[in-house]
Design a protein around this ligand. Sequence first.
Ligand code: DOR
Length: 442
Amino acid sequence: MNILIKNGRIIDPSQDIDGKGEILIEDGKIMEVRRLKAEGKRLKAKNGKKNSELRTPDSELRIIDASGCIVIPGLVDMHTHLREPGYEYKETIATGTKAAVRGGFTSVCCMPNTNPVNDTISVTAFIIDKAKKEGSCAVYPIGAITKTQRNEELAELDALKRSGCVAFSDDGKPVTNSLIMRRALEYSKIFDVPIISHCEDMYLSEGGVMNEGFISTILGLKGIPKAAEEIMVARDLALCELTGGKLHIAHVSTEGSVGLIREAKARGIRVTAETCPHYFTLTDEALKSYDTNLKVNPPVRTERDVEAIKRGLNDNTIDAIATDHAPHHADDKTKEFDAAAFGISGLETAFPLSLKLVEQKVLSLKQLIHKMTVTPANIMGILKGSLSVGSDADIAIIDPEKSLEVDSSTFLSKGKNTPFHGWVLKGFVEKTIAAGKIYDWT
Ligand code: DOR
């Protein structure tokens, strides 16, 4: 089936497009992107072809009227937990990718903290195969840095890369052994793939369940100091400088981390960084509710950190917005705070929460879309996040003005663990097109 998307505002930062236009999709690929003047006159086609009338539509042409909507490249999540293999009671590749397309994501990169860990080519092959059979969007596996994420020995990075891993990370845990991290960064240069660092000093964070500070003291909960993150950010920046490797810092949560990364970038160190919507939306004040859905690692911090993260997003110290989608079963969250699992189910609220940055004038709409499409795709080295002619037809159609109330019971993810249940937000996805397949949420 061929598709024509009309009447929308096309925003594609990869091609510097922002304006009214039409997109023609054929056989799952983008065939033409036509920019229109406000009154509907055709401008030169982006593909350089003569800007003629559209070819006579065949009977299979589906026309989508995107009036009032933005039409953007399908979002790219560089940090997702799909849980399969091993934790299918929390999420599967099928349900996680459904949640992704529900949130406007058409590409997700999945972390290796599964069971077994994705540290062998057979697990990578399993994920790729399952995603092909059951996935609703593109899935890119991230391999483990160390075997079974135990910090003793490097995983077989070369074999993993050859079998389809696009990056390496021990996410969920830090690489505590600095020599192993050094080696991983050295290999990252050879393979030209990022090493994604979960920055946490486990001695400092041990037993902690929220940000360490005034609020943790009055709540009687053990805190995780900001230094637990910042010490490891500083170490990894030093190792990145030493090796010239390709370092990416995951889920930045503190003012200090933003400062360290900013300074490193100014010195020319090859580092990139991401943050997640909860780190610029929530503070530890929210934990006064003792809602275990707020328990996440690293923890949400203070107003000062939120403001620093926004500044970091604004000046490109923080390159990308990722979800760290961490779905958990209700049984893992319906516990006393100390015993509950860390993580937020993030795919289905990420764009509406991030859109608030535009309202707050932290980012322009184009900058925001940049950080959720072409930037993460470039960091991961995948050909996604663009509406350029010939690309896979991965598109999100979003009404930025329509408000909806978040209802976690309607999530397509198995993980209903969101602290945003009941929030009224703008910018939910109307339709997602993933490789030419339409998912209609209206
Ligand atoms: O809160 C988190 N949950 N942080 C992580 O780093 C891992 C994740 C998970 O796997 O549940």
